[in-house]
Design a binder for this molecule. Structure first.
Ligand code: ASP
Length: 586
């Protein structure tokens, strides 16, 4: 037997027991005639003491231990004289009697501590060592706990977990596919699923009624901190449901997770906001509602002053930063620089200080009287001591810029506490999105999303204004998931494909199997998918999903540890009948 207890288990009540522990040497230090070793495993750290008076050989052996050696120790649990309140096992130590080195270790390339000296690249290259650190390990523990609770809730509600294939044909999510060449069918390729969308809809045709899957999905997109080429979805679909049924079921799931994983009880229903309101009030389809600071529109109040920036703008919008009227010139310049960054792209920013004494200072005083500016403050509900920040320009663009400014102010004012959670549904998304570059409509969600029944008669005449029966769950400004009620009528699906510019042949080639299935009694159905990695990272209070994934890829899509992607042998290429046409190296 390697161990009687784990390294996180023993307490003062165990004093006097003879125990055997196994683990990794976190650190060791010599003090006088004693050597102290912190022994670590997944469960915690226990202090081991080797006394040279009692056993000199043993103590000498302990002095030779290096960091990350794997050892076995037998000894007696004793009360510590100097206790460590930060450690669950901090009241005890083990007086060692026997020591076995189970395996040596090279000196690790970074320290395996909460605050490590290892940079990102190094930690990714040695991810298996990084995973020994508390921070990363606890994220994976959280991930496991959540997956378990998700399965428990969905099982309780009659959902079946069904696996769907990974080698498939393109799915409708609209990102770039990862493809896999078929050796048995030269010249032909599988696509990896961007989601199991078509399969879950087919399962509804099969009568499975309530399906879910915690499933890997693949999208070949340029990567950002919060994206991975392979990621995990909680993918769900239900039959004989309307939007309301889906929202209730999955609001229940999110509440269940918060209750059983985070001990947070959301008693009230999650608010619902239309997509149009989310744009109007927050300039985003995923508003961070942990704080207010909603947009106020001032176009009508600013018109006709002769100030061209506002007069010529389609939209003038403001936010009010409470208590910030004492911002210095430098701070205001800093905010102007912020909105002028290329990735935000505003031309400038205007400001008004509603001073505590009732006076007004502003960057637009040349064009407006105090009375006029006071009216802006009244509309915005600004109080003495508040600062108003104003942007003007083309509506959609300016709202996006104001959204960034609002988030920045929220961060500066400490209003975006990662341990506070604000959830809502965004509903009534537009069905289509116009793309200027290609001069055509795209499906905002995907082409199987049903139009809002009230808007069906506008499909041909006022295509851009048709609302979808689509919904997103938003938490703290992140899109946690989304879905829709699906089209289950073949004729409506044909119309949809046509409006999206897909010829009949193309539609048949891409999704013929689904259209055929729909001829055999497709039930009304709908569903959604949550981003599981994102869900875990939000509960862990992290910005990036990287540290909730055991073996993630870097921003160039590389696995630094196994060094993938990699070249393959010529013989493999030959078998696949593939010739490479790489650009000449310079
Ligand atoms: N397949 C969709 C997605 O990945 C989710 C859904 O409509 O259920 O975004």
């Amino acid at each position: 037997m390697y161990r009687t207890h784990t390294c996180g288990e023993l307490r003062l009540a165990d004093a006097g027991k003879e125990v055997k522990l196994a683990g990794w040497v976190q650190r060791s230090r010599k003090m006088g005639g004693m050597t102290f070793v912190d022994l670590r495993d997944r469960y915690g750290i226990t202090q081991i003491v080797f006394e040279s008076d009692a056993n000199q050989d043993l103590c000498e052996a302990a002095n030779k231990l290096g960091r990350e050696f794997v050892i076995n120790v037998t000894g007696t649990v004793a009360e510590r004289t100097s206790k460590n309140a930060n450690l669950p096992t901090g009241e005890i130590e083990i007086i060692a009697k026997e020591l076995t080195v189970l395996n040596k270790s090279d000196v690790p390339p970074f320290t395996i501590e909460d605050d490590t000296d290892g940079g990102d690249d190094l930690r990714m290259r040695y991810r298996y060592l990084d995973l020994r650190r508390n921070a990363v390990r606890s994220n994976l523990e959280l991930r496991h706990r959540m997956a378990f609770e998700i399965r428990r809730y969905l099982d309780q509600h009659g959902f079946l977990e069904v696996e769907t294939p990974v080698l498939i044909k393109s799915t409708p999510e609209g990102a770039r596919d990862f493809v896999v060449p078929s050796r048995m069918n030269p010249g032909e390729f599988y696509a990896l699923p961007q989601s199991p969308q078509t399969f879950k809809q087919l399962l509804m045709v099969s009568g499975f009624d309530r399906y879910f899957q915690i499933v890997k999905c693949f999208r070949d997109e340029d990567l950002r901190a919060d994206r991975q080429p392979e990621f995990t979805q909680i993918d769900c679909e239900m039959s004989f449901v309307e939007q309301e049924d889906v929202l209730q079921m999955f609001e229940g799931l999110v509440k269940h997770i918060f209750r059983y994983v985070k001990d947070i009880d959301f008693k009230e229903p999650f608010p619902r906001m239309t997509w149009a309101d989310a744009q109007r009030l927050y300039g985003s389809d995923k508003p961070d509602t942990r704080f207010g600071m909603e947009f106020v529109e001032l176009k009508d109040l600013t018109a006709g002053s002769g100030f061209s920036v506002m007069d010529e703008a389609e939209y003038v919008g403001a936010i009010v930063a409470p208590g910030c009227a004492d911002y210095t010139r430098k701070q205001l310049d800093g905010l102007t620089d912020f909105v002028k960054r290329p990735q935000i792209g505003a031309k400038g920013m205007m400001w008004v200080k509603f001073e505590a004494d009732g006076s007004i200072k502003s960057s637009v005083g040349k064009f407006f009287t105090d009375e006029q500016i006071k009216a802006w403050g009244e509309r915005a509900g600004a109080n003495p001591g508040d600062l108003m920040l104003i942007l003007a320009g083309q509506t959609a663009k300016t709202r996006k810029q104001l959204c960034e400014l609002r988030l920045e102010m929220g961060s500066r004012l400490g209003l975006r506490d990662p341990q506070k959670f604000s959830c809502l549904w965004v509903i009534d998304f537009p069905l289509f999105e116009w793309d200027d570059e290609t001069s055509r409509y795209y499906a905002m969600h995907h082409p199987f999303t049903a139009p809002n029944p009230d808007d069906i008669d506008k499909l041909e005449t006022d295509t851009g204004s048709v609302r979808a029966t689509a919904y997103d769950m938003v938490v703290n400004g992140n899109e946690l998931g989304g879905g829709s009620i699906r089209i289950h009528d073949a004729a409506l699906q044909d119309t949809m494909f046509r409006l999206l510019g897909l010829s009949e042949q193309e539609a048949q080639y891409k999704f013929g199997f689904l259209m055929n299935a729909f001829k055999f009694g497709a039930p009304p159905h709908g569903g959604l998918a949550f981003g599981f990695d994102r869900f875990v990272s939000i509960l862990a209070g992290l910005d990036s999903i990287r540290d909730v994934i055991a073996f993630p890829k870097n921003n160039a899509g590389r696995d630094m540890m196994i060094d993938a992607p990699a070249e393959i042998d010529q013989s493999q290429l030959d078998e696949l009948k593939i010739a490479l046409a790489l650009p000449e190296e310079k």
